[in-house]
Design a protein around this ligand. Structure first.
Ligand code: ATP
Ligand code: MG
Length: 441
């Protein structure tokens, strides 16, 4: 059995006296050094540490006063894509109107980002701070937020200018891109059996510019026109014009006018507001609806020739003369409204009969771009054959090319034929038969 001699252990008395000494010294120091002096030393110590630290910390609050801080929102979105194997906690949510899950970082998680090919290292941490609740006077606390969030971004001081001038603007741009990618385009129509106001569903229209069978040059010009329009925010502001663009799509039924609107919406990720003017009773209704539409959207008025005759409404009882909708009224109103509160607005009129349109609409400057959608050409057919049958060539192509040069056929008709079979041979034979029939009429 191993036993300790009494001498080998610190004596009980020695322990007691050491504890008493520490307690007494602490008490003495606490009472001798006044609090302000202690605080002075501790904050000086921190200042000293900071002076010798090479790190700069940028604080990005969630709110700037009462308004949301865009930089915070952008960082939150951006950092959600920077989650790595070193991250321990993330947050996941699914907003109702979005298809995908949205991932963001959780509090106190450190995310390291590398910029400029890894030469600049940046550390991000999301922090929360409790807000002191202000009592309402009756002893109850207000039900406002109890904490506020902010990001701390730290990096070497020498990168200060680079971070402020390049890195943070880069994050703003990236976050915008991520948001655009995730956005589900919506189609708004007026619910005339209920609220008499816009209601929306996901657009889910498969048309894109690559699936559109139309003149390749026209398609290219249209895409360039849209790109230019979107990139010209400062230009429109400088020249004092409303940031809007008007398109007129005309051509026979089934040539893809409505599909082209969907392709534009999918390309730009703009919502579509489909307005049937025949259902709108008067200018005040129209105003209410237009004011209720949002920026970055396409307002479509289909079949403008039927919509804007207004002959039926001229005799409409109960509508004051000056409250009747007229085309010039509509256009002037849109000009006025959108110059004051509209940004990135597109308006599209479609018609089967350009010749029947009110000359006011065709005047230069009214509709910026006129697009003719016409019968299917052979190059249009090739696009449809690829869309529907996934083929780029076939023995029947020369016969189809020759027939299409003689027979007026809409892309909708051709699409209908191609959908009849999954087998290219059968579908194309059916199409040739159909075209020959038309040719012999
Ligand atoms: N140019 C095209 N490219 C690809 N598909 C097309 C094209 N035109 C028509 N289609 C097909 O035909 C269908 C009907 O076309 P769409 O409704 O776009 O024609 P539209 O010109 O708007 O006709 P309407 O004048 O009757 O409104 C589309 O859903 C699409 O499948
Ligand atoms: Mg249409």
């Amino acid at each position: 059995m191993v036993a300790f001699s009494k001498e080998s252990l610190p004596s009980y008395n020695a322990i007691i006296s050491a504890a008493a000494y520490i307690t007494a010294t602490t008490f003495l120091l606490n009472s001798l050094i006044p609090k302000p002096v202690e605080n002075y030393f501790s904050s000086s110590f921190h200042r000293l540490c900071k002076r010798f630290s090479s790190q700069l910390v940028v604080v990005i609050d969630e709110f700037d006063g009462l308004t949301a801080n865009h930089m915070f929102e952008a960082a939150n979105i951006y950092l959600g894509t920077k989650v790595s194997s070193l991250t321990h906690r993330i947050k996941v949510s699914k907003p109702e109107k979005e298809q995908n899950l949205s991932v963001t970082v959780d509090k106190n998680e450190e995310i390291v980002d590398l910029f400029r090919g890894g030469s600049v290292k940046l550390k991000w941490v999301l922090q929360f701070e409790a807000i002191k609740q202000i009592s309402k006077g009756d002893g109850r606390l207000g039900n406002s937020k109890t904490e506020f969030r902010y990001f701390e971004l730290s990096f070497h001081k020498k990168h200060k200018d680079l971070v402020l001038n390049d890195y943070l603007p880069y994050i703003l741009g990236k976050a915008k891109e991520i948001k655009e990618e995730k956005k589900v385009v919506r189609l708004f129509t007026v619910d005339y059996n209920g609220t008499d106001y816009w209601s929306s569903v996901a657009l889910n229209h498969p048309a894109t510019f690559s699936t559109m069978a139309m003149d390749p040059m026209m398609k290219k010009e249209l895409i360039e026109d849209l790109d230019r329009f979107i990139s010209r925010k400062d230009y429109y502001r400088r020249v004092g014009k409303a940031w809007k663009r008007g398109y007129l799509f005309y051509g026979p039924p089934g040539t893809g006018k409505s599909s082209l609107v969907a392709a534009m919406a999918n390309y730009l990720k703009f919502d579509v507001y489909d307005l049937d003017l025949r259902e709108v009773q008067c200018n005040s209704d129209l105003r209410r609806l237009l004011i209720g539409s949002s920026n970055r959207s396409i307002l479509v008025i289909e079949d403008i020739d039927c919509n804007i005759g207004f002959q039926n409404r001229e005799s409409g009882a109960g509508i004051a003369e000056d409250d009747k909708i007229t085309l010039s009224g509509l256009l002037n109103f849109i000009d006025g409204l959108w110059s004051s509160c509209g940004d990135e607005r597109i308006i599209v009129f479609t018609t089967n009969h350009k010749d029947r349109l009110d000359p006011a609409l065709l005047r230069p400057g009214r509709m910026d771009v006129h697009v003719e959608m016409s019968f299917c050409t052979f190059s249009g057919f090739r696009i449809l054959a690829y869309n529907y049958l996934k083929i780029e060539d076939h023995g029947l192509f020369p016969a189809i090319e020759e027939l299409l040069s003689k027979v007026e056929t809409t892309p909708a008709e051709i699409a209908g034929e191609l959908m009849k079979s999954d087998y290219a041979d059968a579908a194309l034979q059916g199409l040739v038969r159909r075209l020959r029939e038309k040719d012999s009429r």
